[in-house]
Write a protein that binds this ligand. Structure first.
Ligand SMILES: Nc1nc2c(c(=O)[nH]1)N[C@@H](CN(C=O)c1ccc(C(=O)N[C@@H](CCC(=O)O)C(=O)O)cc1)CN2
Length: 288
């Protein structure tokens, strides 16, 4: 096996920076024209260290872009009903334009019920059924942030998806499932793989585009990457290790997202862009 890198890296850090800069310009314009700056409410249940870090990163980037954030830290013992009350209050608060409920909330929480308490017009994280339905019908709406970021990366690197075989590994409601629907909307032929899939390797070997979105370090074997494929690694694992065996995949793929510096920064950039869009709409500056 050759150990020479053939893949071009898809630089999520660079593209995300550009998207955040654009969001900052729009946020300033909103503030100037309406006297009110966009505001994102971040809701965190418990103190899972990774979630604390992600929320901190989101708030720091909001601050840089001139987007206000209001943080609600709820104890780990919060019930589903209490969480729904908090999200319902934020949904009718005119000073809040976007709402983020950080996932995961803990095993005792009915996360689906909680997400549904977010008003669709404030669902800047694209997690409600309303947003998922809009995305599935290719209608305007907020997309789930990581899949939205993946699509922007594919577009930025001129990946033509029509007729391509896209294999999405993972079927979570906020990542795998919507990623597959967005790829389908671009005329890719989409195969979903999951924990009950038999012979994952055989399916991945047929993929022109692989989206790895399970959260299992190096699940996708580098040898299974078809030469010339596009590899999107959306796995979040401790220690910044992706779902793809990166070193080997690098020698076979045409394009690949690094971890870190690929899909992760794009997730936050899309969140900010959608928060600004939500604020513009709610403050009467644009129609969706
Ligand atoms: N409500 C949501 N919960 C979760 C989402 C989400 O989109 N909405 N996504 C993930 C985690 N996540 C954001 O919440 C996230 C993960 C990673 C990154 C990121 O930028 N990672 C960097 C590395 C970070 C580091 O150095 O520690 C990278 O990949 O370059 C951003 C967001 C689960 N929950």
């Amino acid at each position: 096996m050759s150990t020479t890198q053939t893949a071009q890296l898809m630089d999520g850090t660079h593209l995300a920076k550009r998207i955040v800069e654009e969001a900052a310009v729009k946020a300033a314009e909103i503030s100037h024209r309406t006297g009110s700056s966009p505001c994102l409410a971040t809701v965190l249940v418990g103190e899972d260290p990774a979630s604390v870090t992600y929320v901190r990163m989101k708030r720091a980037r909001c601050a840089k872009a001139g987007i206000r954030s209001r943080h609600i830290a709820l104890p780990a013992a919060t019930t589903t009903a209490e969480l729904i009350d908090t999200l319902s209050d934020l949904s009718v608060d005119p000073d809040v334009h976007g709402i983020l409920l950080q996932h995961p909330c803990g095993p005792h929480i009915d996360e689906r019920a909680a997400f549904e308490a977010i008003a669709p017009e404030k669902d800047v994280d694209g997690v409600t059924m309303h947003s998922f339905a809009a995305l599935s019908f290719a209608l305007p709406g907020f997309v789930s942030c990581t899949p939205g970021g993946i699509m922007r990366l594919l577009e930025a690197y001129d990946v033509d998806l029509a007729g391509k075989h896209a294999v999405v590994v993972g079927r979570s409601a906020i990542l795998g499932k919507p990623a597959g629907m967005l790829l389908l909307a671009k005329d890719a032929t989409v195969t979903y793989c999951h924990s009950r899939t038999t012979d994952l390797s055989a399916i991945v070997r047929e993929a022109d585009v692989v989206v790895a979105a399970v959260g299992r370090p190096r699940l996708i074997r580098g040898e299974d990457i078809k030469p010339g494929a596009v590899v999107i690694d959306a796995g979040y694992n401790p220690g910044n290790v992706g779902d793809v065996d990166y070193d080997t995949a690098l020698t076979r793929a045409r394009l690949i997202t690094p971890v870190p510096g690929g899909v992760g920064p794009m997730t936050i950039a899309v969140l900010l862009a959608q928060t600004v869009e939500a604020a513009a709409k709610q403050l009467g500056m644009q129609r969706r």
